[in-house]
Design a protein around this ligand. Structure first.
Ligand code: ATP
Length: 244
């Protein structure tokens, strides 16, 4: 098993707020690893640490064998991060946006063309790509940002709530896109979601995080067996609690 992400006992505070208390996990090549948990549990903070945007106060993190905070730019290009609130450039058309991203990640014109072709396909936006992205609906912006994150052939895609705000059919399309991308390219994805049905379908392994600590981890089937539950939502409620 090739380890793509290793996090060992990472912790991060913002002032007095403990965002991540003690988190350890590994993501292997070829798997979709999901982090689920209540609002404020520390998922986005963990993703930002893995993406190299912030440094943990404590612990060790390695992505593709390097410290993500001090990564060689050539390695950094193999990682993409779709933030929870990814914006697109309002004044560019969807197509122009994909062109810009393809240009940044590609090392040749040929590669840039290939990335763009893929992005056009992955977005599923068709003729809408010729419109200014500022006029897109929330779901269309999400699909454009996701296409940009996957078209550049990352070895690790970090996707923070990729289907948030998408309608039922587009959520399904996005799940299928992520799953087939990882399977066909032999890459890995680190994904968060609040939709347990989605997690059950998409994720090879799941970690449940609560108050900055991972409280359960395993393949969806293993977790269901362990907690005597018929679906992941039941597992989640048993661990984290339900009802507001
Ligand atoms: P959600 O499901 O709502 O997206 P999350 O699990 O992604 O939540 P985080 O965004 O990682 O949670 O936040 C964890 C905690 O850290 C929260 O209490 C949050 O308010 C705090 N926090 C996160 N980023 C910052 C920041 N830049 N400054 C101050 N506090 C922060």
């Amino acid at each position: 098993m090739e380890v793509i992400v290793e996090a060992r006992s990472i912790a991060k505070k913002f002032g007095d707020v403990v965002a991540v208390r003690d988190v350890s996990f590994t993501v292997a090549r070829g798997e979709v690893f999901c982090l689920v948990g209540p609002n404020g549990a520390g998922k986005t903070t963990t993703f930002r640490i893995v993406a190299g945007l912030i440094r943990p106060d404590k612990g060790f993190v390695s992505v593709l064998g390097e410290d993500p905070y001090a990564m060689d730019p050539r390695v950094r290009r193999k990682i993409t991060y779709l933030p929870e609130d990814a914006g697109v450039y309002r004044n560019l058309t969807g197509l122009e946006y994909l062109e810009v991203v393809a240009g940044v990640y590609a090392s040749s014109r040929e590669e840039s063309r290939r990335f763009l072709e893929r992005g056009i396909q992955l977005s599923g936006l068709g003729e809408e790509l010729r419109r200014r992205a500022g006029g897109y609906s929330r779901g269309m912006k999400r699909r454009l940002a996701l296409a940009a994150a996957l078209m550049v052939e990352p070895e690790l895609a970090i996707l923070d709530e990729p289907t948030a705000g998408l309608d039922v059919s587009h959520s399904l399309a996005v799940r299928n896109t992520i799953k087939s991308y990882v399977r066909e390219s032999g890459s890995s994805a680190l994904v968060s979601s609040h939709n347990m049905l989605e997690v059950e379908y998409l994720c090879d392994r799941v970690a449940i995080i609560s108050r900055g600590v991972i409280v359960a981890e395993g393949a969806p089937g293993e977790l269901k067996d362990e907690y005597g539950a018929s679906n992941l939502e039941e597992v989640y409620i048993k661990i984290v609690g339900g009802g507001a």
